[in-house]
Design a binder for this molecule. Structure first.
Ligand code: SF4
Length: 265
């Protein structure tokens, strides 16, 4: 097992079978070794520092109905809101004064946030804060819209694929959403020139070790600049409200594997 960890650190690549053996490994010494290697790499690339992002939740409205999500369209128990451009710029102003140099506009796929509105809001932030990174996390848009946001000054886009397995994707999302389209969006973002982020939920309902291996192989070849992973946490007002939460141990193991796979992500 330690040989596989060394190989991943050195080559940044493993076969599916090799990822599977590491994912199923429960040996404490091996897992400590994996953590230790990942920590060494993180310290070498980033130092002992915490990078803080100014995350602005711009809207909790969404046209989609992902089965795991607390702000899915079908949840009538949520009080919905969307921030005005003025409020977003006030957040940036306050954040900048506090030392934030990355602003993230994150929200559901709110039909009221038109492409024109997003483009103009990005341009307003870019105009006031030329020295800051602007990250968007606003879901699936057309390639043309992604291009417009980029030209208006956005640098980064987060769009987690959540699972790279078609059947598993179908278990997590209603029929009007498609994994193929999600992956096309990710490809478009990369081609436009965004620093692109993807990622997964760990322990989402129906997820198997084989699905995780598929995610590892996809992320290995896609080479995203950002990888967002976290455990599935059941939300009581969703169809998955009584499902068990994802495991913290598996999440940490995956974080270590991704650190060795893409050291600078
Ligand atoms: S697209 Fe995002 S915000 Fe909308 S329901 Fe799905 S996970 Fe939630």
């Amino acid at each position: 097992m330690k040989r596989l960890i060394d190989k991943l650190r050195h080559d940044h690549s493993l076969t599916g079978e090799e990822y599977a053996s590491l994912l199923s490994c429960q040996d404490t010494d091996t897992l400590l070794y994996l953590q230790q290697q990942a920590r060494e790499v993180a310290l070498a690339y980033f130092g002992n520092a915490i990078f803080i992002r100014g995350l602005i939740e711009v809207s909790n409205r969404c046209r989609n109905n992902c089965y795991y999500c607390g702000i899915r369209k079908g949840n009538t128990a949520v009080t919905r809101y969307a921030l005005s451009r003025k409020s977003i710029l006030e957040c940036c102003r306050e954040g900048y004064a506090l030392g934030f140099r990355t602003f993230v506009m994150q929200g559901g796929e709110d039909p009221a946030l038109t492409d024109e509105w997003i483009e103009a809001t990005v341009a307003a932030i870019r105009n006031e804060y030329p020295d800051c990174a602007i990250t968007l996390s606003l879901g699936e848009k057309s390639r043309e819209a992604y291009g417009r946001f980029f030209r208006a000054g956005a640098n980064r886009y987060l769009l987690r694929h959540e699972t790279h397995n078609e059947q598993h994707y179908r278990k997590l999302h209603p029929g009007d959403m498609s994994l193929k389209h999600r992956l096309q969006c990710l490809q478009a973002l990369k081609e436009i020139g965004y620093q692109t982020g993807t990622g997964i939920m760990v322990g989402s309902p129906g997820q198997t070790l084989t699905h995780l291996v598929e995610d590892l192989l996809f992320i290995e070849q896609f080479r995203p600049q950002m990888i967002g992973i976290g455990p599935f946490i059941p939300h009581h007002d969703t169809p998955f409200g009584t499902e068990p939460a994802g495991s913290a141990e598996m999440t940490l193991k995956l974080l270590s594997l991704f650190r060795l796979m893409h050291p600078s992500a």
